[in-house]
Design a protein around this ligand. Structure first.
Ligand SMILES: [Zn+2]
Ligand SMILES: [Zn+2]
Length: 338
């Protein structure tokens, strides 16, 4: 995601005259998350970056730059509302830092509330599902163990925190925002519309196709939800520009949503082609993405799993080793095109 990072603070004005600043923050080394400061009646910050010490200081420094470059005398303590686009740590990790600096109300979609309030529990439970899932992929026990460790690196790092504003589809009370719920990349992903500006979080990005994972592991993720949400956001009227959670602005949101949809159609076709002979998920992942290392192995198997799950659920793939599946607790599944 870092390749096309936009590191420059930018100023926007909505069609009704609300000033917005884009604040790219280095959430992790070379990984920038865009936070957006919305100077409406209620000063709102969209997304909090990662909460790493350097990221927190970078966010503070960006506020200093606002004063130096744009003459805005706004401080962290002036934030009244903190809205999180989705429950991924590069977007919400900084909430504890910001809640110490300000008295802000904290809002996130109802399907991601528990990620903030019961952080450890959610992570442990999804890691259980991931374990069951990885055991079916054909990876060695050793590899599964190391991927599970990677998945829960943040377990003791983020302090769970109460949410006091639950976002749901529709207008957000007492604000000019409209909440579009767009599950898929994350269960509680939202795009926030402010007149002709659309904050797209990680749902639609300028260049990257957001990572997918199977709904088997976490409800409301999965490619089916994601493609429905792309269609939904592509049809929203009156959007002049999309402001993504990473990278550059999206000049034409419907066109970008359509390009991402086509990208996934092609990947689905490739996965189906690979499965002309029976294949494990590990086989399919290797053929789709080549040899990967470290965290990228996990991203690749999840992306693969999302596509295979989509094809299986729609009857395009069958399980080729049903005898074994019927007899054993959780064997490797072999998928084959029908
Ligand atoms: Zn994300
Ligand atoms: Zn992100």
């Amino acid at each position: 995601m870092s390749l096309e990072s936009d590191r420059t603070i930018r100023r926007y004005q909505s069609s009704t005259g609300v000033t917005v600043y884009k604040l790219p923050v280095e959430a992790f080394p070379s990984h920038f998350t865009n936070c957006y400061l919305v100077l409406d009646d209620c000063v709102t910050l969209i997304d909090a970056a990662s909460g790493w010490a350097d990221a927190n200081e970078h966010l503070r420094a960006r506020f200093d730059e606002l004063q130096a470059s744009f003459g805005e005398k706004i401080r962290l303590r002036d934030i009244k509302r903190l809205l999180i686009t989705h429950g991924h740590i590069d977007h919400f990790g900084g909430v504890n830092f910001l809640l110490k600096e300000s008295q802000a109300t904290l809002g996130i979609h109802e399907l991601d509330v528990s990620v903030l309030q019961n952080f450890k529990e959610r992570l442990i439970l999804s890691t259980k599902n991931l374990h069951l899932y990885l055991d079916r992929t054909g990876f060695s026990a050793e590899r599964v163990k190391s991927l599970l460790e990677m998945n829960k690196w943040s377990k003791d790092w983020f302090q769970a925190t109460p949410v006091n504003l639950t976002l749901r589809e529709g207008p957000l009370d007492g604000s000019s925002f409209y909440v579009h719920h767009v599950p898929g990349h994350c269960p509680g992903e939202v795009c926030l519309q402010l007149h002709d500006l659309l904050f797209t979080g990680d749902h639609v990005l300028h260049r990257t196709t957001p990572n997918q994972s199977p709904e088997f592991i976490t409800r409301y993720t999965g490619l089916g939800h994601y493609l429905d949400s792309l269609k939904k956001i592509g049809a929203v009227a009156g959007v002049r520009v999309g402001l993504g959670g990473h990278e550059r602005d999206i000049a034409d949101v419907p066109a970008r949503a359509e390009a991402i949809r086509q990208f996934h159609e092609e990947r689905l076709a490739r996965a189906l082609e690979i499965c002309r002979a029976p294949k494990s998920l590990a086989d399919v992942s290797r053929e789709l993405f080549g040899k990967q290392s470290g965290y990228h192995v996990l991203l690749a198997i999840l992306e693969t799993g999302a596509h295979v799950e989509y094809l299986y659920e729609r009857g395009h793939l069958v399980v080729a080793n049903m005898d074994k599946v019927e007899q054993e607790y959780n064997p490797v599944l072999l998928y084959q095109a029908r």
